[in-house]
Structure formats: structure tokens, C-alpha cells
Design a protein. Structure first.
Length: 334
């Protein structure tokens, strides 16, 4: 006889895992979450946002990519969970929306409760840092699909904004400034290359500690600037595709973005990656964030205000380029 358990799926272990992570998820929840109403779905009340004239929901879905492999090899499982939230919420923030809630999908060959608990702790921490409630998720055992301790993650985030407040880059004009907010390292991009260049032990070393740093979440920074009346015209999350592909997505016709190398500090890990891989600058700036994880486009008179705000908080923001007339493209030059 062969039953479901012998086939590789342990329902009892999955139920125990759910019981263990419920308090972790509950620690992230706002009063908008209507708990214990539906056993198969989660409920989130938007009644408190009745002051919006035309409320619009903003959604995003993303994963962590092959950085997960390094997280497994080094035991940095909370980093994988945190990055899952960061990659999603940072995309939502490019619109100026307020994040509301998050759901996760965790798929593995054989559920390891301790492993799963660390991942969920990372997700919960990311949710708290971005002001989101972790309201649900799915855990799937897929024996024969993943090997040993391998797993994959997918995330789903939802935010809200008044239609009149949506930031989409449509009013970006020549002479506008491009402001860069620093990254914490490679974030969650370029790891198929990074894993070929660095061993797991190197990734854990003090010299290359940026490789396994969690992706920076920009929610508090962006909401703070908007709350202080800073008029942001466009924002881009620098992920896969680097500067070239991501900034181009927010440019209207008739303008280009000119970025100036050397106008911000580039972490040593990117220089090491380039040296080991032997690739040119263009490929580096198309693959990695090169020290800038998020960019803002705004009028010239807004820059002194932003600079003053960040300096007062002992944080950094860099003037890294300008908008000019031209074909819709991104140019990076010395």
C-alpha cells in the first residue's frame, strides 16, 4: 500500500507548520484585517480609506530568484523571506501608493518546519518594515519537483492610492533631476551570475557581506517625502534590467535620461563582480543596481528640499542625472 504520506506529502506536518506560523503572521496585522471570518480566504476592510475620492488598488507579484540558492547554502533563510516582500513592495512604491497587505506562496520538496519558520519570520519582518499585513499564503509540498532542501517563493502585494495622486512619469520634462537612493547591495538581481563567481563561503565573508544583505525597502522613505509635500514626477525600482530597462519604463516620449557615473558611490562588491566576470560597464548597468536601488524624478527646485530632509535623518540621496530632450532611452556616461 502507498498512501499520500508515503508519496511524499505529509498533511499533519503541514498543519503543524500553519499553527507555528500563525502567531508570526498575526504580529503584522493591522485593524483592517478581518480575522477569523473565512477559513479559505482573507478579508481586508478599506472602510477607513473612505476619504479617497477615487480609491485605486495597486498590485504586484514577484519572487526572489536564484539568490534563494545562496540563502539555502548559507542558512540565511530570513533574508529570502525579507527579499520576497521587498521586491514586491518596492514596485508598488513607484506609484506612490500606500501598501496594505501581502500574501506568499512557499513551495518545497519536503516541508522542513524550522526552515519554513525562518522564511516566514523574514516575510513578517519585511511586512512590518513596509507597513503591510501578512494576511495569508500557501505552502505546497511538491516531492520530485524540487530537490532536498530546495524551495521557491512567490509574493503578492496590494496597495491603495487616490487616482489623482498616482505617480506614473507622464509629466516628466527636460531639465528634471534624477535622484538615486542607495541600495544595500545587489538586492535580488544578478544572482545567476553571482553564484558562478562567488562560493557560498565567500558570500558569508566580511569582505563580501553585501551579497547576502536583505533588499532595502523604500516604503518609509517614499511615504515620508510625499507626506512632506515633495512633488515626485516618476519613480523606478532598479531591479532586473538595471538602469537601462527600468528607468526607460517611466519616461514619456520625447525625453531621455542621462546618468553620470561617479555621482554616487558604487559598493566594492560590484567592482569585484565586474573584475571576476570580465564584462563591460554597459552589461553591469543593465544587470545590477550598482549601488542605487530606487530613483526619483522631480523638478530642479525639489532637490534642495529632499537633500535637506535626508541629511536631517543622516540618510543619503544622490543627484545622479538629468532628463533631456531626445529619444526615449537611458544613457550612462562618465
Amino acid at each position: 500500500m502507498i498512501d499520500y504520506k508515503k508519496a511524499g506529502v505529509n498533511i499533519d506536518r503541514a498543519n503543524l507548520f500553519v499553527k507555528k506560523i500563525m502567531p508570526i503572521a498575526a504580529s503584522t496585522r493591522s485593524t483592517n484585517v478581518l480575522a477569523d471570518i473565512g477559513p479559505f480566504a482573507a478579508f481586508y476592510s478599506i472602510k477607513s480609506f473612505s476619504y479617497f475620492k477615487h480609491p485605486v488598488l495597486v498590485s504586484s507579484t514577484d519572487g526572489v530568484g536564484t539568490k534563494i540558492k545562496l540563502c539555502i547554502q548559507t542558512g540565511k533563510l530570513t533574508v529570502a523571506g525579507y527579499d520576497l516582500v521587498a521586491m514586491n513592495v518596492n514596485d508598488i512604491m513607484t506609484t506612490g501608493a500606500r501598501p496594505l497587505f501581502f500574501l506568499d506562496y512557499f513551495a518545497t520538496s519536503k516541508l522542513d518546519i524550522k526552515q519554513g519558520e525562518q522564511i516566514i519570520k523574514g516575510i513578517a519582518r519585511g511586512c512590518r518594515d513596509s507597513g503591510m499585513s501578512l494576511i495569508g499564503g500557501e505552502t505546497a509540498e511538491l516531492p520530485g519537483f524540487y530537490q532536498e532542501r530546495d524551495f521557491d517563493l512567490a509574493g503578492f502585494a496590494l496597495g491603495i492610492i487616490d487616482k489623482s495622486d498616482i505617480i506614473n512619469g507622464s509629466n516628466i520634462k527636460p531639465k528634471d533631476l534624477i535622484i538615486g537612493l542607495p541600495s544595500s547591495g545587489p538586492h535580488s538581481n544578478g544572482y545567476s551570475l553571482i553564484r558562478k563567481l562567488f562560493t557560498a563561503s565567500e558570500a558569508q565573508s566580511a569582505r563580501f557581506k553585501d551579497i547576502l544583505k536583505p533588499t532595502k525597502i523604500y516604503t518609509k522613505d517614499i511615504l515620508m517625502l510625499i507626506g512632506r509635500g515633495i512633488k515626485i514626477k516618476g519613480m523606478a525600482h532598479i531591479t532586473g534590467g538595471g538602469f537601462y530597462d527600468n528607468i526607460e519604463r517611466i519616461l514619456p516620449k520625447g525625453v531621455c535620461a542621462d546618468l553620470v557615473k561617479g555621482s554616487w558611490p558604487v559598493q566594492g562588491v560590484f567592482k569585484e563582480i565586474q573584475a571576476r566576470a570580465g564584462i563591460n560597464d554597459e552589461k553591469m548597468y543593465r544587470t545590477f543596481n550598482m549601488g542605487i536601488g530606487f530613483i526619483l524624478v522631480l523638478a530642479e527646485d525639489e532637490w534642495p528640499k529632499i537633500n535637506k530632509i535626508f541629511k536631517s535623518l543622516s540618510q543619503k540621496a544622490y543627484l545622479i542625472g538629468r532628463i533631456a530632450k531626445g529619444k526615449k532611452e537611458v544613457r550612462v556616461s562618465a
